[in-house]
Design a protein around this ligand. Structure first.
Ligand code: HEC
Ligand code: HEC
Length: 163
């Protein structure tokens, strides 16, 4: 490849992004649609909404299906889980649950991937927040039409009864 062709290519490479940036698809001061944050313009920075508090009523919530990891009904702010310690297990482990009256982690938390029960919590169930999450005291951002299995079964019965 000769030198001229190379410099031509280089110029094209440098020019292309600049040319594309020159014309944004939307004017930057156009009002944005209301999404998860309310309106504003594309370039306007609105303050982030304050973080909501964890729902902390100590009441177990209904599970939508039997295998659902139950959501956490108490605050977990500051609960550390790392290589050396696991705050959750200070209440939920087999040995501590009698003293704390926290529900003991179930047998599945002691199983390896072959379904073999181990003496101690299985490493794959050690980081509790991978599966269990607290809930915030807020209005849902998006609609949800999830039906649990009882509703699905009920709908089926109702459908069959019609004609
Ligand atoms: C100070 C003790 C304590 C600690 C620490 C604690 N819990 Fe709990 N947890 C409880 C008690 C007691 C309950 C029973 C409901 C209640 O009183 O909130 C409970 C309930 C739960 C439930 C609901 C179980 C169900 O059947 O619905 C989950 C899930 C849970 N905790 C997960 C966690 C996780 C994950 C952590 C660590 C991030 C944690 N807990 C730390 C005491 C504790
Ligand atoms: C890989 C996902 C996963 C991880 C990690 C996990 N859990 Fe669970 N947990 C579940 C599922 C799924 C259930 C419901 C079915 C069952 O018992 O296996 C459950 C159930 C529970 C229950 C209710 C037990 C009962 O008998 O009603 C408690 C309490 C709990 N987990 C606490 C914890 C704690 C504490 C940790 C961390 C040490 C933890 N879990 C880690 C998935 C997980």
């Amino acid at each position: 490849m000769n030198g001229r062709l190379l410099s031509l290519l280089l110029a094209l490479l440098l020019w292309l992004p600049a040319a594309m940036a020159a014309e944004p698809a939307y004017p930057l001061d156009a009002p944005a649609p209301d999404g998860r944050r309310a309106g504003g313009t594309l370039t306007q920075e609105l303050p982030a909404p304050p973080l909501a508090e964890d729902e902390n009523k100590d009441l177990k919530r209904e599970r939508n299906y039997p295998e659902q990891p139950p959501t956490i009904p108490h605050s977990i702010r500051g609960y550390q889980i790392d290589k050396n310690s696991n705050k959750c297990l200070t209440c939920h482990s087999r040995a501590n649950s009698a003293r704390t009256q926290a529900p003991m982690i179930s047998i599945t938390h002691y199983m390896d991937r072959d379904g073999q029960a181990l003496a101690a919590v299985s490493p794959r169930r050690y980081f509790c927040n991978q599966c269990h999450v607290p809930q915030k005291d807020v209005k849902p951002l998006v609609d949800n039409s999830f039906k649990n299995i009882d509703q699905v079964l009920q709908d089926e019965i109702n459908g069959q009864q019609k004609p």
